[in-house]
Design a protein. Sequence first.
Length: 149
Amino acid sequence: MELMETIRPLMKEKSGRVWTATPDMTVYDALELMAEKEIGALPVLAGETLVGMISERDYARKVILKGKASRETPVAEIMAEVSFTVTPESTVEDCMLVMTTHRLRHLAVIENGALSGVVSLGDLVNWVIQSQRQTIRHLNEYIAGAYPV
Protein backbone atom coordinates (compact mmCIF):
# COMPACT_ATOMS: atom_id res chain seq x y z
CA MET A 1 0.00 0.00 0.00
CA GLU A 2 2.05 2.87 -1.25
CA LEU A 3 1.46 6.05 -3.24
CA MET A 4 3.36 4.57 -6.15
CA GLU A 5 1.11 1.52 -6.20
CA THR A 6 -1.47 1.32 -8.96
CA ILE A 7 -5.15 1.90 -8.26
CA ARG A 8 -6.02 -1.61 -9.51
CA PRO A 9 -6.23 -3.04 -5.94
CA LEU A 10 -8.33 -0.07 -4.86
CA MET A 11 -10.71 -0.67 -7.78
CA LYS A 12 -11.02 -4.35 -6.79
CA GLU A 13 -12.07 -3.32 -3.26
CA LYS A 14 -14.91 -1.21 -4.63
CA SER A 15 -18.21 -2.67 -5.70
CA GLY A 16 -17.96 -4.24 -9.15
CA ARG A 17 -20.99 -2.29 -10.38
CA VAL A 18 -20.51 1.13 -11.94
CA TRP A 19 -23.63 3.28 -11.72
CA THR A 20 -24.08 5.65 -14.65
CA ALA A 21 -26.37 8.34 -16.02
CA THR A 22 -27.34 9.12 -19.59
CA PRO A 23 -27.33 12.60 -21.16
CA ASP A 24 -31.14 12.59 -21.58
CA MET A 25 -31.85 11.48 -18.00
CA THR A 26 -33.27 14.23 -15.81
CA VAL A 27 -31.05 15.73 -13.16
CA TYR A 28 -33.64 14.66 -10.59
CA ASP A 29 -33.37 11.00 -11.66
CA ALA A 30 -29.57 11.20 -11.53
CA LEU A 31 -29.70 12.70 -8.03
CA GLU A 32 -32.15 10.06 -6.92
CA LEU A 33 -29.76 7.33 -8.12
CA MET A 34 -26.82 9.01 -6.36
CA ALA A 35 -28.80 9.20 -3.11
CA GLU A 36 -29.95 5.59 -3.39
CA LYS A 37 -26.43 4.30 -4.03
CA GLU A 38 -24.81 6.76 -1.59
CA ILE A 39 -22.40 8.16 -4.17
CA GLY A 40 -21.51 11.74 -5.06
CA ALA A 41 -21.13 11.52 -8.84
CA LEU A 42 -22.12 9.51 -11.89
CA PRO A 43 -20.27 9.03 -15.14
CA VAL A 44 -22.51 9.95 -18.08
CA LEU A 45 -22.57 7.49 -20.95
CA ALA A 46 -24.03 7.91 -24.44
CA GLY A 47 -24.22 4.27 -25.41
CA GLU A 48 -20.81 2.94 -24.38
CA THR A 49 -19.05 6.30 -24.76
CA LEU A 50 -18.10 8.35 -21.71
CA VAL A 51 -19.33 11.88 -22.41
CA GLY A 52 -19.34 13.51 -18.99
CA MET A 53 -19.66 13.36 -15.24
CA ILE A 54 -22.48 14.71 -13.10
CA SER A 55 -22.00 15.42 -9.42
CA GLU A 56 -23.89 16.86 -6.50
CA ARG A 57 -21.72 19.94 -6.93
CA ASP A 58 -22.96 20.37 -10.52
CA TYR A 59 -26.51 20.22 -9.22
CA ALA A 60 -25.89 22.84 -6.56
CA ARG A 61 -24.09 25.24 -8.87
CA LYS A 62 -25.86 24.71 -12.18
CA VAL A 63 -29.44 23.94 -11.16
CA ILE A 64 -30.23 25.31 -7.70
CA LEU A 65 -28.23 28.53 -8.00
CA LYS A 66 -29.52 29.11 -11.55
CA GLY A 67 -33.16 28.59 -10.56
CA LYS A 68 -33.65 25.58 -12.86
CA ALA A 69 -35.99 22.67 -12.20
CA SER A 70 -34.20 19.36 -11.62
CA ARG A 71 -37.20 17.35 -12.86
CA GLU A 72 -37.05 19.12 -16.22
CA THR A 73 -33.33 19.71 -16.74
CA PRO A 74 -31.46 16.99 -18.65
CA VAL A 75 -28.14 15.76 -17.33
CA ALA A 76 -26.47 16.86 -20.60
CA GLU A 77 -27.21 20.48 -19.72
CA ILE A 78 -25.20 20.51 -16.48
CA MET A 79 -22.70 17.64 -16.70
CA ALA A 80 -19.01 18.38 -16.67
CA GLU A 81 -17.03 17.30 -19.70
CA VAL A 82 -14.52 14.58 -18.96
CA SER A 83 -11.11 16.08 -19.59
CA PHE A 84 -9.09 13.57 -17.61
CA THR A 85 -9.35 9.83 -17.15
CA VAL A 86 -7.06 7.25 -15.59
CA THR A 87 -6.46 3.55 -16.02
CA PRO A 88 -6.20 0.84 -13.37
CA GLU A 89 -2.42 1.06 -13.90
CA SER A 90 -2.32 4.73 -12.84
CA THR A 91 -0.72 5.23 -9.44
CA VAL A 92 -2.48 6.62 -6.39
CA GLU A 93 -0.03 9.52 -6.51
CA ASP A 94 -0.77 10.25 -10.19
CA CYS A 95 -4.51 10.25 -9.53
CA MET A 96 -4.13 12.58 -6.56
CA LEU A 97 -1.95 14.92 -8.62
CA VAL A 98 -4.53 15.11 -11.45
CA MET A 99 -7.36 15.64 -8.98
CA THR A 100 -5.67 18.36 -6.95
CA THR A 101 -4.18 20.16 -9.97
CA HIS A 102 -7.50 20.26 -11.83
CA ARG A 103 -9.78 20.50 -8.77
CA LEU A 104 -11.60 17.25 -9.48
CA ARG A 105 -13.30 15.03 -6.96
CA HIS A 106 -13.96 12.08 -9.26
CA LEU A 107 -12.00 10.42 -12.05
CA ALA A 108 -13.33 7.92 -14.55
CA VAL A 109 -11.24 4.77 -14.82
CA ILE A 110 -10.94 3.47 -18.37
CA GLU A 111 -9.71 -0.01 -19.21
CA ASN A 112 -9.51 -1.39 -22.74
CA GLY A 113 -11.37 1.65 -24.03
CA ALA A 114 -14.37 1.20 -21.74
CA LEU A 115 -15.47 2.66 -18.42
CA SER A 116 -14.49 0.27 -15.63
CA GLY A 117 -15.08 2.44 -12.59
CA VAL A 118 -14.77 5.76 -10.82
CA VAL A 119 -12.20 6.72 -8.22
CA SER A 120 -13.01 9.53 -5.82
CA LEU A 121 -10.77 11.80 -3.83
CA GLY A 122 -12.21 10.11 -0.73
CA ASP A 123 -11.13 6.70 -2.05
CA LEU A 124 -7.58 7.97 -2.46
CA VAL A 125 -7.47 9.68 0.93
CA ASN A 126 -8.67 6.45 2.57
CA TRP A 127 -5.94 4.57 0.68
CA VAL A 128 -3.29 6.98 1.98
CA ILE A 129 -4.61 6.69 5.55
CA GLN A 130 -4.53 2.88 5.37
CA SER A 131 -1.02 3.01 3.93
CA GLN A 132 0.19 5.27 6.74
CA ARG A 133 -1.40 3.03 9.38
CA GLN A 134 0.34 0.02 7.86
CA THR A 135 3.69 1.85 7.82
CA ILE A 136 3.27 2.92 11.45
CA ARG A 137 2.37 -0.63 12.47
CA HIS A 138 5.45 -2.01 10.68
CA LEU A 139 7.71 0.62 12.28
CA ASN A 140 6.29 -0.16 15.73
CA GLU A 141 6.88 -3.88 15.15
CA TYR A 142 10.42 -3.15 14.00
CA ILE A 143 11.18 -0.98 17.02
CA ALA A 144 9.70 -3.59 19.36
CA GLY A 145 11.81 -6.29 17.75
CA ALA A 146 8.84 -8.19 16.43
CA TYR A 147 9.55 -7.38 12.80
CA PRO A 148 10.68 -10.42 10.77
CA VAL A 149 14.20 -10.11 9.37
